[in-house]
Design a protein around this ligand. Structure first.
Ligand SMILES: Nc1ncnc2c1ncn2[C@@H]1O[C@H](COP(=O)(O)OP(=O)(O)OP(=O)(O)O)[C@@H](O)[C@H]1O
Ligand SMILES: [Mg+2]
Length: 209
């Protein structure tokens, strides 16, 4: 039923393969053991990350959020099968100059929508944001996400993205401010609270980090 066609990613934690499942474009994400961890601990961590990812993808699918649909999974065997998103990592699109600063406002709005679903991401880098040819954004990689996050977790999402933008995309001047503008949107108290928590975290890291 699963017909693999192309290796997309061979990371430290997961191997990601594109292919077809029941005629649909799909992606198999297989977590693999990390040699240096104790096998029991390793199995527990792998299971917990995959089951978090499964739970979050289900919730997001129900709310119509732009993220992969869950097709099948086997937590014991350490894999999930999800829909293939039409797009490539934002990291690449920024690096090769095919998108400019404007995209960051949409990124901010997307994170705001995720937080409004009462979910934090946990690993918000430009590798985990995909962008299509037409500029549609999607989020992937929810193994470190949380349901009902605390203010701190949502502030940390913005901080992780801030660090990524500073470290990897310094050519995109004003990226963080533009992202924050998109996050705040028309403005509401909750979003403003998250941004002020982010500013506190950023201050902490700057002066003591
Ligand atoms: N549903 C999907 N559609 C299209 N591409 C995907 C999809 N899921 C993953 N990819 C591609 O595979 C890459 C790795 O996937 P993912 O981020 O889920 O794994 P990971 O947990 O970061 O792996 P590791 O931690 O080992 O690097 C993504 O950056 C993206 O390029
Ligand atoms: Mg990833």
């Amino acid at each position: 039923m699963w017909e693999p066609s192309e290796l997309l990613h061979e990371g430290a934690e997961a191997t990601v393969t594109a292919g077809k499942w029941m005629g649909k474009s799909a992606v198999l994400k297989m977590r693999r053991p990390r040699g240096y961890r104790h096998p029991d601990l390793d199995r527990r961590l792998t299971r917990s990350r995959l089951s978090v990812e499964v739970r979050i993808l289900g919730r997001l699918q129900q709310s119509g959020f732009s993220s992969p649909s869950l097709y099948d999974c086997d937590i014991e065997e350490s894999w999930i099968l999800i829909s293939k998103i039409d797009g490539r990592p934002l990291y690449e699109a920024i690096t090769d100059g095919s998108v400019g600063i404007g995209v960051m406002e949409n990124v901010g709005a997307l994170i705001r929508r995720l937080h409004e679903e009462d979910i934090s991401h946990g690993d918000l880098t430009t590798h985990n944001i995909l962008i299509s040819e037409t500029g549609n954004l999607s989020l992937i990689d929810f193994g470190l996400a949380r349901v009902s996050p605390e203010l701190e977790h949502m502030g940390l999402d913005l901080q992780v993205l801030n660090e990524c933008l500073t470290a990897s995309h310094s050519e995109l001047e004003g990226a963080v401010d533009t992202m924050l503008r998109g996050y705040l949107g028309e403005g509401n108290d909750e979003a403003a609270n998250v941004v002020s928590r982010f500013e506190k975290i950023r201050g902490r890291v700057r002066y003591h980090g």
